[in-house]
Design a protein around this ligand. Structure first.
Ligand code: ADP
Ligand code: ZN
Ligand code: MG
Length: 491
């Protein structure tokens, strides 16, 4: 007899999953969206506040120009169409962390629409539509734990109130949790490249709500969706979606119906729980914000903003492949962040063999980083260090084995490669008679190559250099080897 989980996974095959994501991204402006308060994270509670972001009566909002530029840049990077005139709206709801009783957002005329992100899952490419990108302000933060009287009281920190955000709403185009994960990865990467947000999920500068439904394969209408809110890592979002797929299929298969509701994910249990049903859903009573003029980003301003667009990850990957002859996979790893890509290019420019640099990064460096639980950004060996090591191997000044040993030392001591190399570099043999002896042996052992060289194939010299360096265990001075060898070969 089939087990329950076998029956469930068979049932899941009969359904198609539909996922749409709503992502909030905090913009890296110095001041808030509608006042001059600092946006700095981690300040003592309620110190970055003023009458505007406290929602005191009579205070008027003034739009932060930089926030508009950042939102527009993000929208352009996501292939959106910019709306020349967009409208701010009040989204009304009552909640303790929302002092005005409404959030300034955008509703039917958002700043940008009709974008997309191209993703790749299992080497299949797919375009995920972006319905809209709109600007809004953040609410404050309720602090439920951590105080001696937390069992009785909830505290409110309004430092975050009024911090500028963009909300990026996808089309319901994703069909698996992997696609959702990939979409988020690409989205974060693009936003990070533009520099408009640090996308730090722990600090809440990137937040995602996941909408998910299932429908019998072949059915045209979408099923009823559940919305899973505030999951704080991409891995958890994937897990929450996988849990939801099972829950919804099981429910339908047993004759039930999926309720339209908001759910919360408990990562300890790996389960989602109902938070509020559709009946309890807010009616936001949107209306145009009377205290703000329509926002106009005309063609001229758009062109100014566009000028600040950096090369985006996808384009950069393609260019690295073309410029440095590295594989797409290498390029993928090396462009995961803009600073990493910058570092690699800096190193590659100074190295005789960018491909070797890429290989070392992927192999020797990433392997050790992983083993030590470090991010690329925390690597003791810089990209310049990698470039130097690559060139030393390239010129046979050190062997591959030595490189590995030097990398181990660099990680052990937390020092960069050049410093380690200076201290540990193999003693060089500069004694010409010792080197001459090695050269004579190598030439004697390779008569065919010698004949080729003397027949005019000068590139064979590199072969001899390699053999001599190898015979000297990498300890012969390359300069002396080159000089003596040329003399001997030209005989
Ligand atoms: P709501 O009116 O509940 O806010 P929207 O139509 O504005 O819903 O969509 C919100 C998000 O939910 C979007 O990202 C959208 O792609 C996604 N979505 C809409 N319908 C479904 C569905 N049936 N299944 C999964 N996701 C959906
Ligand atoms: Zn303020
Ligand atoms: Mg909606």
């Amino acid at each position: 007899m089939a087990t329950a989980s076998e029956t469930l996974s068979a049932a899941i095959q009969k359904y198609e999953v539909v996922i749409g994501l709503e992502v909030h991204v905090q913009l890296l402006t110095v001041t808030k969206a509608f006042c001059g308060c600092s946006t700095k994270f981690g300040a003592p509670p309620n110190t970055n506040v003023c009458p505007v972001c406290l929602g005191l009566p009579g205070a008027l909002p003034v739009l932060n120009k930089r926030a508009v530029e950042f939102a527009t840049l993000a929208a352009m990077a996501l292939n959106c169409q910019i709306r020349e005139t967009s409208i701010f709206a009040r989204k009304n709801y009552f909640y303790p962390d929302l002092p005005k009783g409404y959030q300034i957002s955008q509703y039917d005329k958002p700043i940008a629409e009709h974008g997309h992100i191209d993703i790749k899952v299992n080497s299949a490419s797919k375009r995920i539509g972006i319905t809209r990108l709109h600007m809004e302000e953040d609410a404050g933060k309720s602090l439920h734990d951590g105080f001696p009287d937390s069992d009785k009281y909830t505290y409110i920190d309004l430092n975050r109130s009024g911090v500028p955000l963009v909300e990026i709403v996808s089309e319901p185009d994703m069909r698996t949790s992997d696609e959702a994960h990939e979409y988020l990865t690409r989205l974060k990467e693009i936003i990070l490249y533009t520099g408009v947000s640090d996308c730090n999920m722990e600090e809440g500068s990137l937040r995602c709500d996941a909408n998910i439904s299932v429908r019998p394969r072949g059915q045209k209408e979408f099923g009823t969706k559940a919305e899973v809110k505030n999951v704080n890592s991409f891995r958890f979002i994937k897990q929450a979606l996988e849990y939801e797929i099972e829950r919804q299929v099981e429910l339908i298969e047993s004759g039930g119906r999926v309720a339209q509701e908001t759910r919360l994910y408990n990562s300890n249990e790996g389960k989602t729980y109902s938070m509020r049903s559709k009946e309890q859903a807010h009616d936001y009573r949107y209306f145009p914000e009377p205290d703000l003029l329509p926002l106009v980003v005309d063609a001229e301003w758009q062109a100014e903003i566009k000028k600040t667009m950096p090369e985006l990850p996808e384009a950069r990957r393609a260019r690295l492949v073309a410029d440095y002859g590295i594989t797409e996979q290498d390029a993928g790893v090396l462009t995961a962040t803009r600073s990493r890509a910058d570092q690699f290019e800096e190193a590659a420019k100074h190295s005789k063999n960018p491909k070797r640099v890429a290989n070392l990064v992927q192999g020797e460096l990433m392997g050790r980083l992983k083993a030590n639980g470090l991010d690329m950004e925390q690597s003791p060996i810089s990209m310049k260090g990698v470039a130097m090591s690559a060139d030393l191997v390239e010129s046979n000044a050190i062997s591959g084995k030595m490189l590995k040993d030097l990398y181990d030392l660099a990680f052990e001591r937390g020092e960069d490669f050049p410093a380690i190399y200076e201290k540990e570099k193999p003693q060089q043999i500069t004694d010409t008679s010792a080197i001459e002896k090695i050269i004579d042996d190598v030439i004697a052992a390779n008569p065919n190559q010698l004949a080729q060289y003397r027949g005019g194939k000068k590139t064979v010299a590199a072969f001899f250099v390699g053999q001599v360096m190898k015979a000297s265990k990498g300890q012969a001075s390359p300069a002396v080897v080159n000089e003596l060898l040329t003399k001997k070969l030209d005989g």
